[in-house]
Design a binder for this molecule. Structure first.
Ligand code: TRP
Length: 394
């Protein structure tokens, strides 16, 4: 059963190794799983909410696209696109905006954080709030619903926006031991600035002042957690033992930088090539947009039809009639295939929505049909079926 995984990457600024370890590396690893269909996109419409500097937006989109490709994302295996290249997304955003309660947006944490900060500074609560920020979660919902994603891996701060389960991500500590984050100014850059910037950042990791030869506590700072993200458990153990035996912090930092660079050094070279060849990246993203729109265009057409934004050539009565007919046309079909197994599927107006796995007996298939008919949507959880809607256009 293929699982559809989708994630967006805001394009403001550049990436650090916390983004790499926490998001990019696991996402690329998962995308190589043949049972996973991955959608990765540059959330450049979201970026405009936080950043109104066109040069920075432009640079960041290029850097982040090149980073994902350099880190091993295979654009032939995944759908990799820019949010702003899919005009159906803002349209879906509007359809959702029209049925979202304002109260729900009042409770969104990005909005609340902005109003809290303004109040604290003695200003009007809404003084720093644009409508983009206020409606941020709706655009995010449009991103996800457009492609009917099953799983959306994101950072903790985005959890409220999703209100759905996600796989755990690794959180990397920064130079000072707090979560690695641009806002704490404690990051190790991923590619920008080259090896020199990497060494320079690593040298700023905060340690105690024990001298070489003195036994060190390997857990007294973020050095070993960072080391762990780029090494095997055995290598990590050996590193810790050396610290306990007196390895100097300076030498330890050099080894950490070497370790990180062993993994990201070769990628950095590819990154620089991609940055020097914007037309290559542009072509990849255009192709990604084409693939994404193969889903988005027919889906939005159905949504527009559903809300009443129809061609005038469909008479109103007919459209209404058609709707009643349509609603009665959801059908379960049970059948036996050439492989001797029993299957069922659910179709609506001739369009396949669900397809079951094969069952050895027709009774088992029938029981599942019964359960789904009575339990509805909730009964699909764990059911041996594949949701095929939207994929049939392939
Ligand atoms: N808001 C997300 C972030 O800041 C990026 C994003 C935009 C996103 N749309 C999304 C993530 C949809 C997952 C799904 O990280």
């Amino acid at each position: 059963m293929t699982k559809r995984v989708l994630t967006g990457i805001n394009t403001t600024g550049t990436l650090h190794i916390g983004n790499y370890v926490g998001a990019i590396r696991p996402a690329i690893r998962d995308s190589r799983n043949p049972d996973v269909q991955s959608f990765f996109f540059l959330a450049d419409l979201h970026a405009l909410i936080k950043c109104q500097d066109p040069a920075r937006i432009e640079r960041s989109r290029r850097q982040i696209a090149a980073t994902w490709l350099a880190a091993g994302l295979d654009p032939d295996k995944v759908v990799f696109y820019r949010q702003s290249d899919i005009p159906e997304i803002p349209t879906l955003n509007w359809l959702l905006t029209c049925c979202t309660a304002k109260g729900q947006m009042n409770r969104a944490h990005a909005y609340k954080a902005a109003t809290d900060a303004a109040v604290e500074a003695g200003r009007d609560p809404d003084s720093d709030v644009t409508m983009g920020l206020y409606c941020y979660p709706i655009l995010m919902a449009a991103d996800i619903l457009m492609f009917n994603a099953d799983e959306v891996p994101v950072g903790h701060d985005q959890l409220q926006h999703l209100e759905m389960a996600r796989s755990d991500v690794e959180v990397l500590p920064g130079l000072d031991g707090r979560k690695m984050s641009k806002s704490y100014n404690n990051v190790i850059p991923l590619f920008e600035g080259g090896r020199k910037a990497l060494d320079e950042a690593v040298s700023r990791i905060v340690t105690d002042s024990k001298l070489p030869g003195e036994p060190k506590d390997p857990n007294s700072n973020s050095l070993c957690v960072l080391y762990a993200a780029f090494s095997t458990p055995e290598e990590l153990e050996a590193f810790k033992n050396e610290l306990r035996a007196g390895l100097g912090w300076g030498e330890a930092k050099k080894r950490l930088a070497d370790k990180i660079d062993a993994e990201i050094g070769p990628m950095r070279q590819r990154y620089e090539e991609l940055m020097a060849s914007p037309e290559t990246v542009e072509a990849i993203l255009q192709e990604g947009a084409r693939k994404a729109r193969a889903y988005a265009v027919p889906f939005l057409a159905r949504l527009k039809e559903a809300v009443g934004l129809r061609a005038f050539t469909i008479p109103v009565e007919n459209a209404a009639q058609e709707k009643t007919v349509k609603q009665t046309k959801a059908l379960f079909k049970q059948y036996r295939e050439k492989d001797g197994l029993f299957y069922f599927k659910l179709t609506m107006n001739g369009r396949e929505l669900l397809l079951s796995e094969g069952f050895a007996s027709g009774r088992d298939a029938g029981q599942w049909v019964g359960r789904i008919k009575t339990g509805g949507y909730a009964a699909l959880e764990g059911a041996p079926v594949q949701r095929t809607e939207g994929v049939t256009d392939d």
